[in-house]
Design a binder for this molecule. Sequence first.
Ligand SMILES: Cc1cc2nc3c(=O)[nH]c(=O)nc-3n(C[C@H](O)[C@H](O)[C@H](O)COP(=O)(O)OP(=O)(O)OC[C@H]3O[C@@H](n4cnc5c(N)ncnc54)[C@H](O)[C@@H]3O)c2cc1C
Length: 425
Amino acid sequence: MIEHSTRRRFLAAGASAAAAFSLPRGPALGQTAPRVIVIGGGFAGATAARALKKADPRIAVTLVEANRTFTACPFSNLVLGGLRSLDQQQFGYEGVARDGIEIAFTAATQVEPQSRKVSFATGSALGYERLVIAPGIDIDWNGLPGYSQAAAQKMPHAWKAGEQTLLLRRQLEAMEDGGVVVMSAPANPFRCPPGPYERASLIANYLKTSKPRSKLILLDAKDAFSKQRLFQNAWKELYPDHLEWVALSNGGKVTSVDPAEMTLTTDFAKHKATVANVIPPQRAAHIARLAGVADNTGWCPIDPVTFESKLVPNVHVLGDAIIAGGMPKSAFAANAQAKVCATAIAKLLAGEPPSDPKLINTCYSIVAPNYGFTVAGVYVPVNGVLTDVQGAGGVSPLEAPRSVRAQEALFAEGWFNTITGEIFG
Ligand SMILES: Cc1cc2nc3c(=O)[nH]c(=O)nc-3n(C[C@H](O)[C@H](O)[C@H](O)COP(=O)(O)OP(=O)(O)OC[C@H]3O[C@@H](n4cnc5c(N)ncnc54)[C@H](O)[C@@H]3O)c2cc1C
């Protein structure tokens, strides 16, 4: 482990080291406070950092996050639809620091599992007893011919909220009435399975209300998707003239894009877009691959009881980066996994066995103002895989009065405020 003075150089907030080290130490935790480093201060990482400190205040927790402001993806489709502003999506880390967590605002650039050390873009390094990697996703820039970082400036993905969200919103606003918005959705697995369909709905809502001669075409690399019948019923009711979904079997899979021509090519046709939103294939973010916790699928296999990597000992992986069995890549899931993992790490550090977890996920989707629905699931480890408990979850009823849909939209907002309040408040 590096010297205390070196460590302090990159600590931007939460001068908690002294407090953490001066607390009485339990015998099981040994002579010095064990250090856990958490890479990534998103839904999974920030939850894990706070839950670890809560589980045992003697653990010295360092959260490493590349950005001082976190921009949340859930509800960012409402920003695209003109129903919400981006600053309602943004959160700082003051609340996390208040819990006595050291925060290093820098990028983790290397992990050395042998010497249990993480290096940072600042040039510093820090040792750990256990490491949590929760870095989210990267766009797979080799996953779709023609799509690149430069192409994303013309055909935004907006699958990481922030500048990309604003870029796509500005393009939609600037589009003439009568323009065609073409979206592409990738094959599984990817971040937020219902996300493309919620986005298509909310853009269609914007077109219907502000550019009624325009339409959206959603090209899909799948024939089936999350909450499909609920979405399709809503589209039939709300957007019959503004949203067309093209399934894989109807030629929906986009095989290449051309940003200069603004075209998306499928096996069957070439689609010319006035505005293009390309949601490309994804994989675990770069640091996961550098640390050796991602396998050749691009995602990270974990033990579902402790979320410890199946590839690298003493390293736990959370959130969108993992292979989570039946559990979707959602903020709700990331938050649930982080709590289970933090409890398991505290137990492991105290020399106790971790207990078998039960995890819950709920994904809300908004298809129009005051119109929402959900899918929920319960997951337990079965033979090393997080497995959906049959009959424990479910989806919103297919037939329901608008008052029920309005209530679900309210619940969605309540969920967003609760989870972001818990993590960043
Ligand atoms: C349009 C859209 C809508 C969505 N809607 C919902 C929804 O309604 N409900 C829901 O539950 N989920 C939703 N999601 C999914 C949700 O956003 C993700 O599942 C969630 O963000 C995953 O959390 P995470 O912590 O794994 O990753 P993230 O939240 O992306 O956090 C990762 C963090 O790690 C940091 N990081 C990465 N690499 C490094 C490094 N090397 N060093 C330091 N820091 C690093 C990043 O800066 C980032 O802050 C949606 C996603 C999208 C795109």
